[in-house]
Design a protein around this ligand. Structure first.
Ligand code: C2E
Ligand code: MG
Ligand code: MG
Ligand code: MG
Length: 293
């Protein structure tokens, strides 16, 4: 009875909040959803790029496309806030199509300009339930004459697992095109190892929460070492995201992690800045190896 009473009171409070309009987060969400519908035509969406560095070759393997929304009144809105809203109001397919098209156009321009680089794009869980996605990806690859195996799609672990059977159909169709798949934020979901084994993926990306404090947290080293072993035993490429300190990078090298990404190398930046950063990074890399030789 106490619980029922408590719940009734909570419900009343919620109604009061709506009536007086004091629920600021709710109002913000409603406002953002209506603005988001117009964000693209108003040219407020920008794709930033962050390098994924291959430790085995010392080269930048992919540029990961990360979406930014420059809201005219509220400033930059984080994708962690607006992507869930886009999923909620049915805009996500349009947004995914936009990022894929913009990213492939940029990456093809780079390749024509001598920068041999792949592209990573994040997918929403809802994209995996969209039966038209593989055809759309195939069309974009063709339009940009972009090699399928240079495109890697990052799928958040927790989201694949929600409806594995439907997700699997889309994942297999994407992979049949030659596109590669990555499990993003690895370690944060509830996947069993058996499920993981049956997923058609090429890469796991260890979540930054295990990597950011790697240089000072011995417990994190234990987790990261296990994740790398699991990935390698399954024949997958293992990348760590959230590398901020040189100490963490050294640990990852010692643990034979294949690839790394994080602020230690570069934050996500606009395309022009990415190119400049890349050319500097590669020039320094060759100077480094000349000095050793
Ligand atoms: P994610 O794909 O796991 O991307 C990694 C996030 O961590 C990015 O945040 C990146 O800026 C940040 N990050 C990278 N290196 C470091 C580091 O060394 N330290 C710290 N503290 N953070 C680092 P961002 O760009 O805000 O994106 C957040 C999430 O939003 C992404 O996580 C991804 O799940 C989603 N997202 C971003 N762009 C898109 C998109 O175009 N489509 C979809 N569906 N989701 C997107
Ligand atoms: Mg990602
Ligand atoms: Mg991630
Ligand atoms: Mg994430």
């Amino acid at each position: 009875a106490d619980i029922a009473m408590y719940e009734a009171k909570q419900a009343q409070r919620r109604v009061a909040v709506y009536q007086t309009g004091h629920d600021e987060t709710h109002l913000r969400r409603i406002g953002l959803i209506s603005d988001l519908r117009r964000a693209r035509e108003r040219d407020e969406l920008r794709v930033f790029y962050q390098p994924k560095v291959d430790l085995r070759s010392g080269r930048v393997a992919h540029a990961e496309a990360l979406l930014r929304w420059q809201h005219p009144a509220l400033g930059t809105i984080s994708p962690d806030e607006f992507i869930p809203l886009a999923e909620h109001c049915g805009l996500i397919h349009e947004i995914t199509a936009f990022v894929l098209a913009a990213g492939l156009q940029q990456a093809s321009a780079w390749r024509e300009d001598g920068l041999e680089i792949g592209l990573a794009v994040n997918l929403s869980p809802m994209d995996l339930l969209d039966a038209r996605l593989p055809d759309r990806v195939a069309g974009l690859l063709q339009a940009h004459r972009f090699p399928a195996q240079e495109l890697i799609l990052e799928i958040t672990e927790s989201t694949v697992m929600r409806d594995v059977q439907s997700a699997l159909i889309t994942m297999r169709a994407l992979r049949a095109l030659g596109v590669r798949l990555s499990i993003d934020d690895f370690g944060t979901g509830h996947s069993s190892l058996a499920q993981l084994r049956s997923l058609p993926v090429d890469e796991i990306k260890i979540d930054k929460s295990f990597v950011m404090r790697l240089d000072t947290n011995p417990e994190d080293t234990v987790i990261v070492r296990s994740a790398i072993e699991i990935g390698h035993n399954m024949g997958l490429v293992v990348i760590a995201e959230g590398v901020e300190q040189s100490g963490s990078l050294e640990i990852l090298q010692r643990l034979h992690c294949d690839m790394v990404q994080g602020y230690f190398f570069s934050k996500p930046v606009p395309a022009e800045d990415f190119r400049r950063w890349h050319d500097d990074f590669q020039a320094n890399a060759s100077t480094r190896s000349e000095q050793i030789a």
